[in-house]
Design a protein around this ligand. Sequence first.
Ligand code: MN
Length: 275
Amino acid sequence: VSTYVIGDLQGCFVTLEKLLATIAFQPAKDRLWFVGDLVNRGEGSLECLRFVHGLGDRATVVLGNHDLHLLARAEGFAKPHRLDTLDDILSAPDREALLSWLRHRPLLHVDGACAMVHAGLMPQWSWAQAQAYAREVESALQSTDYRLLLETMYGNEPTQWRDDLTGSARRRFLINTFTRMRTLGAAGEHTLKFKGELAAMPPDQRAWFDVPSARRATRKIFAGHWSALGYYQTPSFVGLDTGCIWGGSLSAFRLEDARLFQTPSAERSAVGTWE
Ligand SMILES: [Mn+2]
């Protein structure tokens, strides 16, 4: 049995099939973890969603910002972005089954010495706090009031974490942390603008995973979301978004022996810059 952590799909189903052939994926035995952003920008978003849904308990998924955007689009809360490729899903006969399944995925997955999140975790959070905060958002997303969460999740404020944040401001900060964060400012605040390569990072910002954290020594965190970072590894962090939809590659990291597999993108690249 092997477990592969796979980077951001964003609808790159052709490349996913090639990657699964490369790793000789055995559906009856192997497990696949996905770092989120299964959909959007690529032409195979519906195929990706159906495939991962169809894996049942052999797949572990954490939600990304594009997955949440799909849920918000389905409720009419988000305007279509000019690069969105979600119409196939929104008009699919099985859309309700797919969207309900997606809405019940977690924001953070913890398993032994490994954890997976789409974007990141605040450095000052303990593991217990990170897990409790993820559960808060997951509970809201899985409740009958989930539309309120989707309606109020957009925005970059507040930028500073405080445990006494409440309501939609609290949920928005948590969602921005788990699904959008890349860098933190000098006071530990969310920045949410910079998407570039590390070498181009403004001098007053730091990659969230480079900010010292008491959590670091205890678990390795797998994440996606930062395609300009490319494959990136530290003793406590593995970044797996290698920009498949932007003409990069799709990456899979095998947990059992820490081996990396990469398949060059076989997609028609999305128009735009790496994000
Ligand atoms: Mn993302």
